[in-house]
Design a protein around this ligand. Structure first.
Ligand SMILES: Cc1cc2nc3c(=O)[nH]c(=O)nc-3n(C[C@H](O)[C@H](O)[C@H](O)COP(=O)(O)OP(=O)(O)OC[C@H]3O[C@@H](n4cnc5c(N)ncnc54)[C@H](O)[C@@H]3O)c2cc1C
Length: 438
């Protein structure tokens, strides 16, 4: 087994300094021996989570669990190891006329990470979370035992594992149901608005599109908030080819604080203005539509030495307009600003104990880390709680135990499952902070 000592580990949003041992097991026996050492360990995949959910002093990295085991091309059932990332998967299945039923906004997340965070994407209002397309999970729960299960066979273990942030064991393999496509192009539509209220009616109007998402300018402009709505479906144009030459991603080589209130204000104005003159409908390569942020590697370095925080909350539909307006107004008077904000529509919640989406709207906002930000976000926690919402754990780095337990009233079920199945203690800095598994 490969092993390295590190004095920093990177999540997508910041660096964590300390003493870390990162293990790269080659097989299950390696993981069993790590578990039997009785250390506090956590599994990790692509480190595309924004906070400390994949961070602990002892980390098991799934890098070597990177095989596509089998693909039933007739029914679109993919059997893969947990460390396979979505980039690998789509390169394999798109030319065969299949796509992921559910995908987050990064293709560098692994299958294990997608299950543990029960990720959602631009399709949630129609197809739900990642767990909805999961047919089977193979999970190492302690040094002796591997369980293979699905939603029916071990309902409680399934509900605790999907969205359970790695606390029920190491996900070894999974079977995923894919979605049939005829083209690698998305037929898109784009709508600009100067009023926040309009964006909600636009989402509802275009509800039948498979994919929808909106960019929001969170800096108030003429007393309101601008937005750019995008929706789309896979085209029927029968082209499944991949471009021969892949464009390289841009790497931010060092920390340089470019993102500040002035540059964001300027960027938002420019971006909105530019979009007035670009195509309002047409086709776009799927990669550009789903994964625009993957083009920039080490994005957090643009925020200077501290990095940033992403805060994603969801509010039930009945309160969404009021709550989101209230929260944006609060941010505009609080002296902080969000550099990037994305709004999504969600369908009904699933039964998983600590999955994030509920029927309503979620807003994800990036904030540069500053002295003020924790206090401001605590106040926003109160607004989210008041409006019956919750915040997303895979983006979190500062939530406290008290609020976590209010946001996720079923959290105790995860602990019950850990006890019932005699699962070894898996803990991240996050799980210890918010007391999920203590
Ligand atoms: C640009 C960008 C866009 C994103 N867009 C979205 C989005 O639209 N929707 C969304 O839901 N998320 C989104 N995310 C978040 C991301 O999809 C999730 O954080 C996902 O879990 C990351 O997968 P990973 O492999 O990097 O996991 P990591 O960050 O390494 O780990 C995340 C969690 O998964 C657990 N885990 C990882 N591997 C295993 C395993 N083998 N066994 C058990 N547990 C494991 C870890 O313990 C941890 O709790 C985005 C992230 C980025 C960077």
């Amino acid at each position: 087994m490969e092993f390295i000592n590190l004095n920093k580990v990177k999540s997508w949003a910041k660096e964590y300094n300390g003493d870390y041992s990162m293990y790269f097991p080659k097989d299950i026996e390696d993981i069993k021996s790590l578990i039997s050492n009785n250390k506090t360990i956590i599994s990790a995949g692509g480190f595309r989570s924004y906070g400390d959910s994949a961070i602990s002093n002892y980390i098991i990295n799934s890098k070597h669990f990177n095989k596509i085991i089998d693909f039933d091309e007739k029914n679109g059932i993919l059997k893969v190891q947990s460390g396979v990332n979505l980039d690998q998967l789509i390169n394999f299945i798109v030319p065969k006329g299949w796509f992921l039923s559910v995908t987050p906004g990064t293709k560098y997340a692994t299958v294990g990470g997608c299950i543990a965070s029960d990720v959602h994407g631009k399709e949630h209002h129609k197809y739900g979370c990642f767990s909805e397309c999961l047919q089977k999970i193979k999970l190492l729960i302690n040094e002796n035992e591997i369980v293979e299960f699905n939603k029916k066979s071990h309902h409680d273990l399934f509900c605790a594992t999907c969205g359970g942030m790695g606390l029920t064991g190491f996900i070894i393999e999974a079977e995923i149901k894919c979605k049939k496509i005829k083209s690698n192009q998305i037929q898109f539509k784009k709508i600009l608005s100067n009023r926040l209220e309009n964006i909600f009616s636009t989402f509802e109007k275009y509800h039948d599109y498979d994919y929808s998402v909106a960019w929001i300018d969170t800096i108030k402009n003429n007393g309101d908030y601008r937005s750019i709505f995008n929706c789309g479906n896979f085209s029927n144009n029968l082209d499944l080819s991949f471009p021969k030459k892949k464009r390289n991603n841009i790497n931010i080589p060092f920390k340089i604080k470019i993102i500040n209130k002035f540059t964001i204000k300027f960027f938002n104005k420019f971006y909105f203005f530019l979009n007035k003159f670009t195509k309002k409908s047409g086709t776009i390569f799927f990669d550009k539509f789903f994964y625009p942020l993957d083009k920039i590697k080490n994005w957090y370095r643009l925020y200077g030495k501290n990095g940033f925080i992403q805060y994603q909350f969801v509010i039930p539909k009945s309160n969404s307009i009021q709550a989101i307006t209230e929260i944006l107004d609060f941010i505009n008077t609080s002296g902080v600003f969000s550099s990037l904000a994305v709004l999504k529509l969600h369908s009904k919640e699933n039964k998983n104990y600590i999955s994030f989406p509920i029927e309503g709207y979620s807003l994800a906002m990036d904030f540069p880390i500053s002295n003020k930000i924790s206090k401001i976000l605590k106040k926003i926690d109160e607004l989210v709680l008041h409006h019956g919402g919750k915040i997303y754990l895979t983006k979190d780095s500062i939530l406290d135990e008290n609020n976590f337990k209010k946001f996720y009233p079923n959290h105790g079920e995860v602990k019950k499952v850990v006890k019932k199945y005699k699962i070894s203690k898996f803990n991240s800095f996050q799980s210890l902070r918010i007391g999920i598994n203590d």
